[in-house]
Structures are given as C-alpha cells and as structure tokens.
Design a protein around this ligand. Structure first.
Ligand code: PEP
Ligand code: MG
Length: 286
C-alpha cells in the first residue's frame, strides 16, 4: 500500500498493521522476512515517520498456523500484546526485525491493546535486550527509536497521564476504544446502532488522552476510523490532536478541512460539542 500512501501526500504512516504480514503467511514470518518488509516501507517513506504496530492477533483475527484457544469473549481475551508477552519469542523476533529496519528510515514502534503499565515496561525491557543482542553482532539500528502505545482500552485512557510518562507517543485507537468504552461489540450487527464514537463518553475520553499526552510533552495521534471521519475533524483539531492517521484515500479530504480551519475557532467549537449530552445531539451540532 505504500505507493498509494506516498501518492496521497501523507507526511508519514500512522498505523502499519503488521498482523497482515502474519496472516498472509503459512508460518510465523522470520526475522529476515519481517526485516525485508519493514525496510522497504521505511526506505520508500524516505525519513518520514512509519509507525509500525506489533502483532495484533486474536480478537477477530486468527493465524492458520497458530493454535488460538476457542474463547467465549475473544475481544476480551488473548490478543495483541497479551499474546506477545506470553509468547515472548514472537515479540523478540519482531523487535529485532524492526530495529534492523530502523537503519533505513524513521521507524516508530507501537504496542497495541495496552491496559496496564506493566505491559509497557515488560515490552520495553525485551526491546532493550534485543538492542543488546544486535549490538553484540554489530548490527546498526536507530538507537533513539521511539516507542509508543495505542490508547484503546478504558483503563489506559482513564490514567493516560501515568502512561504518558512511560512512552514516547500515544495513538488513539478509536475502533477499540469505542467498543470497550461503550461495551458494544464493534462487529455485532445487533448493536451496530449503539456503536458510536460520537458518544459523549468517548469524546471526553479522547480529550482526556490528548490533555494527558500534552501534559507530559508527548505527541498524540489518532489511528482509528474516527480520524478519517470528516464530521469529526474540526472537533479533533479543537481538542488538540497532533496528527491524524487514516486510509490514504481519505487523506486529502481531511487535510483540506484542517487547512481551512482556524484553531481558536475549533477550540470554541470543541467546547460546544463537549457540552452535548447524547450522540445525536453531538452529530446534529457537528
Ligand atoms: C483501533 O482499534 O482503533 C485500531 C486502529 O486498531 P484495529 O482497528 O486494528 O483494532
Ligand atoms: Mg485496535
């Protein structure tokens, strides 16, 4: 997809979902295979940031070559960082591939489904061990590689200010944040009418996360579908969101809205929107 990204005029990649690399393979991609894949993207983006998310498998995504247990509540179960911390070798292989590829551009590492600071600390400790391993064999990598988290669980959103001290950036994953905040399955048609990122609770959570990031002087991006929803752009701008990540096809539309907006005006608009009590009232005002 990277050529379409470049053509769209994007200033970086906000979410590279690596699980597709895993899903399109009949085996766990080796360090070398992953390194090649990440390197191509880093090189093609020519120094622009490429935010690569570690494997987010589980939930609705499975791997044919990996035994995933049958779960009653897969979205609340063994997925993403939980799998990677239990099967450390998966994370180690991915980290080493990412570090090696970081020599060829600006790669940022992003951890999905974080809900506890201990997960961040464990993952960062593993990353440090991977760096040492590469040092020992003389491999070069970006020593200042940035590590951030997806903010997509209520537990992380509520105490985002604590997480902000532990990471280099946030990216708000509104797809999951909405599902978990509202307790509404994002894939269940029966409750699709309730799944709404314009719900005031979700909006307040987003504002809280942005404020927490800025309180700690780190950047906050959004990479859920909401970032590409043109009804939300002015609101998110007024909330102080630093970067918007979306499918390449929405990029120009959103960029145009941002460039035609005025920040002071967007902030006033934000205040008005946050006063609304229901998703319907929010959408009507928007
Ligand atoms: C999200 O949850 O908002 C997100 C971007 O991740 P995914 O849709 O892959 O779960
Ligand atoms: Mg998600």
């Amino acid at each position: 997809d990277v050529d379409a990204v470049i053509e769209s005029g994007a200033t970086g990649i906000g979410l590279y979902r690596t699980e597709f690399l895993f899903m399109n393979s009949d085996h766990f991609p080796t360090e070398e295979e992953q390194y090649q894949a990440y390197r191509v993207v880093a090189e093609k983006m020519k120094g622009k940031p490429v935010t690569i998310r570690t494997m987010d498998i589980g939930g609705d995504k499975s791997l044919p070559y990996m035994e995933l247990p049958k779960e009653d509540n897969p979205f609340l179960g063994w997925r993403a960082i939980r799998v990677c911390l239990d099967r450390e070798e998966i994370l180690r292989t991915q980290f080493k591939a990412l570090l090696r590829a970081s020599k060829y551009g600006q790669i940022k590492i992003m951890l999905p489904m974080i809900m506890d600071i201990v997960e961040v600390r464990k993952a960062r400790a593993i990353l440090e061990e991977c760096k040492k391993e590469l040092d020992e064999i003389g491999k070069i990598y970006d020593r200042n590689i940035k590590v951030g988290i997806m903010v997509e669980t209520p537990s992380t959103a509520i105490v985002a200010y604590k997480f902000a001290k532990e990471v280099d950036f946030f990216s708000i994953g509104t797809n999951d944040l909405t599902q978990y905040f509202l307790a509404v399955d994002r894939g269940n048609e029966m409750v699709a009418n309730l799944y709404n990122s314009f719900n005031p609770a979700v909006l307040e959570a987003i504002q809280k996360v942005i404020d927490a990031a800025h309180g700690a002087n780190i950047n906050v991006s959004m990479c859920g579908e909401f970032a590409g929803d043109k009804r939300a752009t002015k609101l998110l701008l007024g909330m102080g969101l630093d970067s918007f990540s979306m499918s390449a096809s929405s990029g120009l539309t959103i960029k145009k809205i941002i460039r035609n907006s005025n920040y002071a005006d967007a902030k006033k608009f934000r205040d008005l929107i946050l006063q609304q009590d229901t998703p319907e009232e929010v959408v009507e005002k928007l």
